[in-house]
Design a protein around this ligand. Structure first.
Ligand SMILES: [Zn+2]
Length: 332
């Protein structure tokens, strides 16, 4: 059912929208989260049965509280909400910008359990996959060279194969090992903005049912997984992928038809609010959402109804889609 086509209780609508987000943002850690219903409710991508349905302004402080029967006033839609005026739209966007900013700040002060994870060499040793002399040899070579990951030195100096290192990393991070079998680069290129895939080293591998599987080479990023989950409406699971397979998948994603992505900086939260509001007014998306991913505020626009895909809120095409990655202040 088209979300905005519903009548009535504005508070209920706002509360309903916030539910998934609140549950996540209240978690006190970046590294542990429970996937939940973070769906976008993209029902408004579908044509409405009646052109004369009423639309209630999504700004809780809207003074007009009028409903507008004009079809053209359906757009732009931001997080399943519609503003009756430019001022109301800006108010809805401001709340979302603050929500995403606050969520990351809370996360930043939370405990970071992975800082104290067991070093990879000791994991491999404990599993009996290498001997102490092998570890010492690899550590010495790493120290002499002054560069390189210990996993690479174990491969180069001790003749381990890369699959063993990936298994060691999976024990270290407590993640499964994933293969890239059946990887569809074009479909997966629509999950995350391409610059983010390259920067954070997280590769979408496949969507199965309501699950989205992500792969990394040596370090999972909970922030990217969480952002992908909230943007796609699918639950995510992250696993380690063997080095060569990971690189091949990452290159295939870079070569695919990607959603256009603009990377830009905003001076502060007010400037970001103004920029996002202006973009929504200009592009008039049928659906859009803002989620935080590391230092970025990721804005995604679904511009036409043909963008609807089959899994969650993942788009079915790169056409009529647009991504923006905004940084704040001097973080660009
Ligand atoms: Zn309003």
């Amino acid at each position: 059912m088209p979300f905005l086509g519903r009548f009535g209780n504005r508070q209920q609508q706002v509360a309903g929208l916030g539910l998934g987000t609140e549950l996540h943002l209240n978690q006190d850690t970046t590294d542990v989260y429970e996937p939940g219903d973070a769906g976008l409710h993209l029902g408004n991508l579908q044509e409405q049965s009646s052109a004369r349905q009423k639309y209630v302004c999504g700004n809780p402080e809207c003074s007009s509280s009028w409903s507008v029967p004009w079809r053209s006033r359906r757009r732009p839609v931001f997080e399943s909400q519609w503003g009756c005026s430019g001022r109301c739209l800006q108010s809805i966007v401001r709340a979302a910008v603050r929500r995403e900013h606050g969520g990351e700040r809370r996360n930043a002060s939370a405990p970071q359990p992975h800082r104290h994870r067991v070093p990879l060499g000791l994991v491999m040793l404990a599993q009996g996959w290498i001997t102490n002399p092998q570890l010492q040899q690899a550590l010495n070579q790493q120290r002499t060279a002054g560069t390189g990951r210990i996993g690479d030195w174990l491969v180069n100096a001790c003749g381990l194969d890369t699959e063993q290192v990936t298994r060691g990393l999976s024990v270290q991070w407590g993640c499964p090992v994933f293969s890239t079998d059946g990887f569809d680069a074009q479909a997966m290129a629509l999950v995350l903005p391409e610059p983010a895939v390259q920067e954070f080293g997280m590769v979408p591998l496949r969507a199965v049912g309501n699950m989205l599987y992500l792969g990394c080479e040596d370090r999972p990023s909970p922030s990217v997984a969480f952002a992908a989950e909230r943007m796609s409406g699918l639950k995510t699971e992250t696993g380690l992928v063997e080095s060569k397979a990971f690189q091949a998948a990452r290159e295939a994603l870079a070569a695919a038809n990607n959603i256009p992505c603009e990377v830009a900086a905003a001076a502060d939260l007010d400037a970001l609010t103004a920029r996002v509001s202006a973009l929504l007014e200009d592009r008039q998306p049928l659906a859009s959402r803002l989620v935080r991913m590391h230092q970025y505020f990721w804005l995604r626009l679904w511009l036409e109804s043909g963008t609807r895909g089959t899994a969650g809120d993942l788009p079915g095409t790169h056409e009529d889609m647009q991504d923006y990655l905004f940084t704040l202040g001097g973080q660009a």
